[in-house]
Design a protein around this ligand. Structure first.
Ligand SMILES: C[S@@+](CC[C@H](N)C(=O)[O-])C[C@H]1O[C@@H](n2cnc3c(N)ncnc32)[C@H](O)[C@@H]1O
Length: 220
């Protein structure tokens, strides 16, 4: 918490987009609190069934992984993140699940996923899609790796009451609902269900601030 608050807005955006080193680890812990409810909501809505193959894009320090695996029997979790610091930390935290063959963590980018077509039943992410200047490329990759009956859920910030780091000049792209609908269609989805979600973020004085996000749900 203190580490995140000590950063400038530009540094916050940079560490949220690509957490690095000791500061990145602290920012990821801050995120565990801020995104706890959002991640729990998405995991509950994913509809993970027995034997499901689930992909998470941008897993951060990997704290949601045990919850995903616990949704049903023989779930296989795959994570993709382009931060070496996060891949190392998520792998360390989930070492037992990795050793058991239930989870694997991959260094790579949403823009070019190192997975075969139709590999996953579910694809999800939290706090990642608002870093995409042009979401069509990553969304086309999501569609490519989803199985025909697959579902994708993504939580991201929306323009309303955005935090100080969520600015274009810091690399954060707050697309509105129309832009998201257009991007999903351009990526080959028939459309996207867009819901507004609210969450609380701790401010510098400890008081909580209401934030707004989108929950984007699409079927392959
Ligand atoms: C704000 S953090 C969110 C972490 C986690 N989902 C959470 O809710 O706590 C964003 C994460 O996505 C990763 N990331 C951002 N853009 C990415 C991309 N294009 N491809 C892969 N990973 C990405 C970052 O490295 C970081 O770990």
């Amino acid at each position: 918490m203190a580490v995140f608050e000590a950063l400038t807005p530009a540094e916050r955006a940079g560490q949220l987009r690509n957490p690095e080193g000791a500061v990145g680890l602290a920012v990821a812990e801050w995120l565990n609190e801020t995104n706890r409810a959002g991640n729990a909501r998405i995991v509950a809505l994913l509809g993970v069934g027995p034997g499901s193959h689930v992909l998470e894009i941008g897993f951060g320090n990997g704290r949601t992984v045990p919850d995903v695996i616990a949704q049903a029997a023989e779930v296989h979790y795959t994570g993709l993140d382009f931060s070496p610091t996060m891949v190392e930390e998520a792998t360390r935290f989930n070492a037992a699940l990795v050793a058991a063959g239930c989870a694997s963590f991959h260094l790579g980018s949403a823009e070019r996923m190192p997975f075969a077509d139709a590999s996953f039943d579910r694809v999800f992410s939290t706090g990642v899609a608002h870093f995409w200047a042009d979401p069509v490329g990553p969304l086309a990759e999501v569609r490519r790796v989803l199985r025909p009956s697959g579902v994708s859920l993504m939580g991201c910030l929306q323009p309303r009451a955005a935090p100080d780091f969520a600015r274009l000049e810091y690399g954060v792209h707050l697309h509105d609902a129309t832009a998201w609908d257009t991007a999903y269609r351009a990526a080959g989805f028939a459309g996207v269900d867009i819901a507004t979600v609210e969450f609380e973020q701790a401010g510098p004085d400890g008081a909580s601030i209401r934030r707004y996000g989108f929950l984007l749900t699409a079927r392959a």
